[in-house]
Design a binder for this molecule. Sequence first.
Ligand code: M1P
Length: 252
Amino acid sequence: MSEFAYKTNPETLVLFDVDGTLTPARLVISDEVKETLQNLRKKVVIGFVGGSDLSKQVEQLGPTVLDDFDFCFSENGLTAYRLGKEMASQSFINWIGEEKYNKLAKFILGYLSQLDLPIRRGTFIEFRNGMINVSPIGRNASTQERIDYEIFDKEHKIRENMVAALQKEFPDYGLTYSIGGQISFDVFPTGWDKTYCLQHVEKDNFKEIHFFGDKSFKGGNDYEIYEDSRTIGHAVNSPDDTVRILKETFNI
Ligand code: M1P
């Protein structure tokens, strides 16, 4: 018998993006969203799929995150947990190889060094298990610095132009560039977007898989999974919106 048999609808899985869907960008989950998820979990199987690594999701969703969700997918599912147990994962560096990665990193650092930006902080390339994350201002920016940068970036198209330059420089690398957050973009092998996590739930044979995300538009990092034929997509514009749709759809 399935471990999910105790739920009212054990054959339904509901997956959530994190930033902008369960929490405000890079901030902590509210008590209201937490309580809504607890109620939902009694009825269906729940999971999150975020671009960030697990340590960020622990900060945002809480230290008991592995117990609070049936499925936890960090880095689009490159790091995956089912009922608190880690599932097999792959790595970006094994896939790309040291030589090609070195060329890519040199180009990125050179490009960043030539940009005129009002401020810079630290950590311009974050090396993760399943991707790298590139931030012109640096990942150590404070919340206010992030907000200011996002406005500057929209006006000067810093990330958009940089992605175009990378695509031109490395046309045969098989990489996807995704501008999902406020200050950075993710770089990962094509196909390792959020749909990557769906292979981890195949064995459970869910009849319905719902996905909630705020970046479901073309070019957003929720687009592929939102549009995927295996999911029922829900586009949201805030955690409050997520709660509202959950209450309407699942009667909680
Ligand atoms: O989850 C969306 C994005 O969140 C962060 O982006 P930023 O720091 O630019 O706001 C990053 O963790 C990024 O990887 C992720 O896709």
